[in-house]
Design a protein around this ligand. Structure first.
Ligand code: PLP
Length: 418
């Protein structure tokens, strides 16, 4: 559920009219509903209340300060994957003891920064990383908490780019290698290897693969050393983009909790998409409607640089006019909704049946709150979009639209070329 609804044919975010925001902010912009964001966080928190799970929102889904702050205010921790996300997490004001740090390529500098910040966990993905971590911790005279990210080798039905828990994937450590690490844990005197981590993929709509993975992890735990304290089961919960019928947080919890409770470990989750996905939309304007021999193109002012998921993953996003004409009974047309970027792959929808639109109409690309702005770029030297958040009956620009000057920040033309 989300707080973007048409009332009298006009799209509202909570109790604010989206066309009014578009008028003020100009397009394209990301628009978030604070209430939806917080509501989704609470749904998952409540579902795992019986084990008092720590919910670390995955910043890669949306690392805007206001978004993260709204969740941190609710008690959330943050899941980070880079020094940049650590920097932003600290700026948000999260308790560092609620930060977990994943990623297969942490640099020495990033590790040092995270150790200085005294985060809760490093989720470690390889033996060389463990060796570096131990050496850095030793030189900083610290004992550091480590979770081993297990690769449980389970297949999940989702886009191949977001499958992460199979033996083909670059992520995690196989059970046998993890067992050997535990046997050698004395070799890492500066590390407390007291957690297990897994993340099997993203946009997973059913609990089955989680249960399969958790059974394997439980079998592993039974033979693992007794000093384990934490189990982090990652993120990955799917949401509605089109006609998916994903599990609710409650159903998911009901399916996985029996096995989690058996482990007697403290639970951490790292949802990103589930919390932020449906709390945001991308608002964009129709620039032209172009007819070609056998296609009609709706050319909008947001491109793959603003929202890459359709081009990158072939992702489906529902698209709706912000102002509906003729009470939704307007004639329809089948179109490709495309951006201005010079790539044939620059589209937000292909062969999509949409109500008739004309130049100047405003469209809402739904389900854009996760992996939307965070995956945006300046490709084609296009300034990034603004971000706006509605809190009840007011809207706030939480990130200014970039200006041309931002496009050359840090660039230098050597004197020799002048
Ligand atoms: C380690 C880890 N945790 C959490 C997440 C968040 O996943 P999702 O947004 O699908 O919940 C990801 C996404 O890639 C991830 O790699």
């Amino acid at each position: 559920m989300h707080e973007f609804r048409h009332k009298n044919n006009v799209l509202y975010c909570e109790s604010v009219r989206v066309p009014d925001i578009a008028e003020r902010v100009k397009t394209p912009f990301y628009l978030y509903s604070h209430h939806t964001l917080v509501d989704h966080y609470r749904k998952i928190k409540r579902a795992f209340k019986s084990v008092d799970a720590l919910i670390c929102f995955s910043m890669k889904a949306n690392s805007s300060l206001a978004v993260c702050r709204a969740l941190v205010n609710e008690g959330a921790g943050l899941d980070i994957v880079s020094g940049g996300e650590l920097y932003k997490a600290l700026r948000v004001g999260v308790d560092p003891k609620k930060i977990v740090y994943a990623g297969i390529g942490k640099t020495r500098r990033e590790i040092e920064e995270a150790m200085k910040a005294d985060i809760l966990f490093f989720n470690v993905e390889s033996l060389p990383e463990l060796i570096l971590l131990d050496s850095v911790a030793g030189s900083m005279r610290r004992i550091v908490n480590v979770s081993l990210r297990l690769n449980p080798d389970v297949a999940v039905k989702t886009h191949r780019y977001i499958v992460t828990g199979t033996s083909e994937s670059k992520f995690g450590i196989g059970f046998e290698a993890a067992r050997r690490i535990f046997e050698r844990s004395d070799a890492f005197p500066n590390l407390r290897i007291n957690g297990l981590h897994l993340h099997i993929g993203s946009q997973i709509t059913h609990s089955r693969p989680y249960v399969r993975a958790l059974r394997r992890v439980y079998a592993f735990i039974k033979k693992a050393p007794r000093n384990l304290q934490y189990l982090n089961i990652g993120g990955g919960l799917g949401i509605v983009y089109g006609n998916e019928r994903p599990q609710t947080a409650h159903r998911f919890a009901k399916a996985v909790l029996p096995i989690i409770k058996k482990t007697k470990l403290k639970l951490i989750l790292e949802p990103g998409r589930f919390v932020a996905g449906n709390s945001g939309i991308l608002v964009t304007k129709v620039l032209y409607v172009k007819e070609s021999l056998n296609k009609r193109f709706v050319i909008i002012d947001a491109g793959m640089n603003d929202m890459v998921r359709p081009s990158f993953y072939g992702a489906y996003h529902n698209i709706q006019p912000v102002v509906r004409k003729s009470h939704g009974r307007a004639p329809h047309m089948v179109v490709d909704v495309v951006g201005p970027v010079c790539e044939s792959g620059d589209f937000l929808a292909k062969n999509r049946r949409l109500p008739m639109v004309i130049e100047g109409d405003i469209l809402a690309v739904m389900g854009a709150g996760a992996y939307g702005y965070t995956m945006s770029s300046n490709y084609n030297s296009r300034p990034r979009a603004a971000e706006v958040m509605v809190i009840r009956d007011r809207f706030y620009t939480i990130r200014e639209r970039e200006i041309y000057r931002d496009l050359i920040k840090g660039e230098v033309i050597p004197r020799e070329l002048r």
